[in-house]
Ligand binder design. Structure first.
Ligand code: HAM
Length: 387
């Protein structure tokens, strides 16, 4: 028997999946975001240049292959890079007005599967382009918080700032010096990161590295005046909206494109893979990928990570229509067409006894059953039962 690949799952009749999709879409639209759909397959270099060569995603997890035309391509491991590519390709960077997009779709990472960690998973994400103000970061975080609140999901929000092109280089220098002094005791990955992207060492999962890194210089102690003010404003803005947060000075995120604000939503109800959403500002990425310099900020939610946190109360809804004789089926099909303008209507195409129809309607969680037998067909009226 052929089975689905390891780390990939069928999603069948899962009402939670659609509820998350509908809720996230509604909230994004209520904030003025428009829908974007980008291809699942992109040039590999797009992810190498944006997500970054020092990231685990690019180093170990890409579904990369050469297509029949000899192109080096890759299944998207995340959504931001494709949206930025599209933003530049369609010249939105030259219009000089903010542009805000939401998306929903599958992402692929060749990771070791475990609870909450799949090789094909879904993300809902948003990307806001053209607004450098920290108040936009607050809007973006509030949008994510609204989605979780509407879905009844409780979370811990962690925030940090990585600084900008002014303060990041001097911090990198200080950190690199510290890392070189402790090089022998760091894991192989961190030793490699010293030259590639030293900041990525800060969120290394290795216990030994963590115990060394707790004495490393902190980014938030090295921010320039403007980044420091923005970080203070960010905290005040979240307080103002009643959104609780914790400052996590080691929150650097696993992708290389971030600047200034970074954030993650964590759930303590789903085990080790506890990040349910992550995002931040990436003010240099548009320019880095060949566009006009454009500030940007966004996040993505991991749908499979929040599925178990969503409670579906199955309410009865819709109409079940059934015939007791074959001749009545065209009659109910015609009637169903009319009723469907206002409500969900299911038509059973096998003639059955009244009892069998009512049992099926009850099992199917319908609100009402409309049944036609010989008498009803003559009078044009239905046998009607509220369930
Ligand atoms: P990310 O933190 O790599 O960020 O992924 C976002 C979310 O996707 C995670 O918080 C997690 O819930 C979910 N996720 C990641 N990997 C897996 C996996 N293997 N299995 C199941 N769920 C997973 C990004 O992807 C950025 N593009 C977010 C962003 C948008 N930043 C700015 N704009």
């Amino acid at each position: 028997m052929i089975k689905a690949l390891r780390g990939m799952k069928d999603i069948i009749e899962d009402k939670r999946f659609l509820k998350i999709f509908d809720t996230a879409r509604e909230v994004a639209q209520s904030y003025g975001y428009s829908y974007i759909e980008t291809p699942i397959l992109e040039e590999t270099s797009l992810f190498k240049r944006s997500v970054g060569e020092s990231s685990d995603i690019v180093n170990k997890e890409m579904y990369q292959f050469i297509d029949k035309g000899g192109n080096d391509v890759c299944l998207r491991p995340e959504g931001t890079a494709g949206v930025v590519r599209s933003f530049i390709e369609h010249k939105f960077d030259r219009q000089g007005v903010p542009k805000r997009f939401w998306y929903f779709g599958p992402m692929f990472r060749y990771e070791r599967p475990q609870k909450g960690r799949l090789r094909e998973f879904h993300q809902f994400g948003i990307e806001s382009f053209g607004e450098a103000s920290v108040y936009e970061d607050i809007n973006v975080i509030a949008l994510a918080a609204d989605i979780f609140d509407r879905l009844g999901i409780t979370y811990t929000l962690k925030i940090n700032s990585l600084g900008c092109s002014e303060c990041m280089p001097s911090y990198r220098e200080k950190l690199t010096k510290f890392l070189n002094e402790n090089k022998e005791n760091l894991c192989e990955d961190c030793q490699r990161r010293i030259n590639q992207n030293p900041i990525r060492t800060l969120d290394c999962k290795n216990q030994n590295c963590q115990s060394i890194l707790k004495d490393a210089p902190k980014i938030t102690d090295n921010l320039c005046e403007s980044c420091k003010n923005d970080f203070e404003e960010l905290k005040k803005g979240l307080d103002n909206l009643g959104i609780k947060y914790e400052v996590d000075k080691h929150l650097v995120r696993g992708l290389d494109y971030y600047t200034k604000t970074t954030f993650e939503f964590i759930s303590d109800e789903i085990g080790a893979q506890s990040a349910i959403a992550g995002g931040g500002r990436y003010d240099r990425l548009v320019e880095f990928l060949g566009g006009k310099p454009t500030p940007a900020v966004g996040f993505a939610i991991g749908i499979e990570r929040i599925m178990d946190l969503v409670d579906i109360k199955d309410k009865r809804d819709g109409i079940y229509m059934g015939a007791m004789i074959k001749e009545a089926i065209p009659f109910i099909q015609k009637k169903a067409k009319e009723l469907r303008k206002d409500t969900k209507v299911f038509v059973e195409v096998k003639p059955k006894s009244l009892k069998a129809h009512l049992k099926a309607a009850d099992k199917g969680n319908f609100k009402k059953a409309l049944i036609v037998g010989e008498d009803e067909l003559k009078t044009g009226k239905f046998f009607e039962k509220e369930l």
